[in-house]
Design a binder for this molecule. Structure first.
Ligand SMILES: NC(=O)c1ccc[n+]([C@@H]2O[C@H](COP(=O)([O-])OP(=O)(O)OC[C@H]3O[C@@H](n4cnc5c(N)ncnc54)[C@H](O)[C@@H]3O)[C@@H](O)[C@H]2O)c1
Length: 449
């Protein structure tokens, strides 16, 4: 085998292992396969592995054709056999980093993965952690486990010179935005930080093959913090507009109009939009990785806590808005037939994770509503960690069915909905997304919240 210097990772026929073939790992795998590398996906879920090896997709926005093409040309396959890690030139880790029951970081998936790699780690292999996490994870958790192999990857700070590492270790955050039609993996610059300069260079060379621009930073900790800054920025700004929405409502103003008009400023302003709460795998979760780590430094991350408080209160606000709107129609929420539109956490995707709709459903049911839902992406719902709606099925929507509900709640503004028809047929619509902004007729039936 060739000596794997950092330059080796610029070559075009590498064996690349991707651990965790989910929303992040699968597109990454297909991207490298598309460049002619031989990609092996490692996943602990045998059902996913079998599906992928049959060339099937289990994520709506990733086409089966894109997978089967690479399976048939032998550029992509998947396995549950972690012993095959030893054959890889580079191994990219894309496993989940959720919060535990106490809302503290749950790094068990990353830890298990490092433990799975260590016995198979080879000299001059490149290992990159992509999972979102707090600054220090790569150096403090992953590195010591990998070094149990007897191989060394010395930490290099600033201008220090470091001994040549036995293997390369880096962190490169994933900025994938599922379903975003404007920015795919190739267009999004990729931040890369190494445990030492050789590791950073090796990872930068590898990623340069699939993205237009690599942004090298001085350390894994900087790369880890970069990702958290990006997501905390979103979380805090969403909380800000959510709070201003409540104030605008009290003052009789339309917050959407205010935001649209502020967004005409060509510098110094970026629009964020209010909604029924935060959703997705990242924004409601990642900030708490930093608050947790900050405690080690006796540091209170007050913006994060305040944003969390406001965003968490939004589903309660929307539930109250439904109750108030029904009250105006001389109806109580208890016993009212309510249809919730959209269960995914944002429009046009099939992802339920941390969706505020799930909390809204719970609150509406607790307050006695007779609840149905519709979502074109979810004909039925499965049991989740905190919720069990497995008995519910997406109901058909047509003028008759819409008219049979006391209230229609727009929780997620899927593009496929015909909002003119929805408002036209419904008795009452509560719109938490400003989805009805272009509806021409019957606007008096709509309550914005
Ligand atoms: N989904 C996104 O939009 C997004 C965007 C940016 C960053 N991230 C981050 O990327 C990471 C992965 O997220 P995701 O959305 O791809 O998660 P996911 O749940 O879609 O996929 C994770 C995959 O890892 C597998 N897995 C779990 N434990 C494993 C183990 N020990 N070994 C091998 N495979 C294992 C699971 O079966 C699953 O297929 C997380 O840290 C997340 O915060 C996600």
């Amino acid at each position: 085998m060739n000596h794997r210097t950092p330059d080796h990772f610029s070559s075009h026929d590498l064996k690349i292992g991707i651990i965790g073939c989910g929303y992040v790992g699968l597109p990454l795998a297909l991207s490298f396969a598309g460049k002619g590398h031989h990609v092996l996906g490692f996943d602990t879920d045998p059902a996913k592995v079998e599906k992928l090896n049959r060339g099937e997709s289990y994520i709506k926005h990733i086409s089966a054709a894109g997978i089967s093409k690479h399976v048939h040309s032998s550029h992509f396959s998947s396995t549950t056999d972690f012993a095959r890690l030893r054959d890889m030139d580079a191994v990219l880790i894309c496993v989940p980093t959720p919060l535990d029951e106490r809302r503290d970081p749950d790094l068990s998936f990353v830890e298990q993965t490092a433990l799975a790699i260590a016995p198979h780690l080879q000299r001059e292999q490149l290992i990159v952690l992509e999972s979102t996490t707090y600054p220090g994870t790569t150096e403090e958790l992953v590195l010591p486990i990998l070094e149990r192999s007897g191989l060394r990857c010395p930490i290099q700070r600033n201008e220090q010179t470091a001994a040549a590492p036995d293997f390369y270790l880096a962190f490169s955050p994933e900025r994938e935005d599922p379903g975003n039609k404007h920015f795919g993996l190739a267009q999004i610059p990729k931040v890369v930080g190494g445990v030492n300069s050789a590791s950073g260079q090796a990872a930068a060379n590898l990623y340069s093959q699939i993205v237009a621009r690599v942004v090298p930073v001085s350390s894994t900790r900087t790369a880890e913090m970069t990702k958290l800054l990006e997501n905390i920025f979103r979380c805090v700004n969403i909380a800000l507009v959510n709070e201003l929405k409540l104030l605008c409502q009290r003052m009789g103003m339309d917050v959407w109009e205010v935001i649209d008009s502020a967004a005409t400023k060509p510098f110094g302003f970026m629009p964020f939009y209010p909604g029924p709460g935060l959703g997705g795998h990242c924004i409601p979760v990642d900030p708490y990785y930093l608050s947790w780590k900050a405690r080690e430094y006796d540091f209170a991350t007050r913006f994060i806590e305040l944003a969390g408080e406001i965003n968490t209160s939004m589903p309660y606000h929307v539930t109250d808005a439904v109750a108030n709107a029904l009250n105006e129609h001389r109806k109580s929420l208890k016993g009212a037939r309510v249809l919730l539109l959209g269960v995914s956490y944002k429009k046009d995707i099939d992802d339920l994770r941390e969706s505020p709709s799930l909390k809204l459903m719970q609150l509406l049911i607790e307050r006695g509503a007779k609840l149905d839902y519709n979502d074109p992406f979810f004909p039925s719902l499965h049991k989740m960690r905190h919720y069990d709606y497995s008995h519910m099925r997406s109901v058909d929507i047509n003028p008759q069915s819409l008219a049979s509900y006391d209230c229609i709640l727009i929780a997620t503004d899927h593009s496929s909905y015909d909002y003119e028809q929805i408002v036209g047929s419904a008795k009452l619509v509560v719109d938490s997304r400003n989805a009805t902004r272009d509806v021409q007729n019957n606007r008096d039936k709509v309550v914005h919240c």
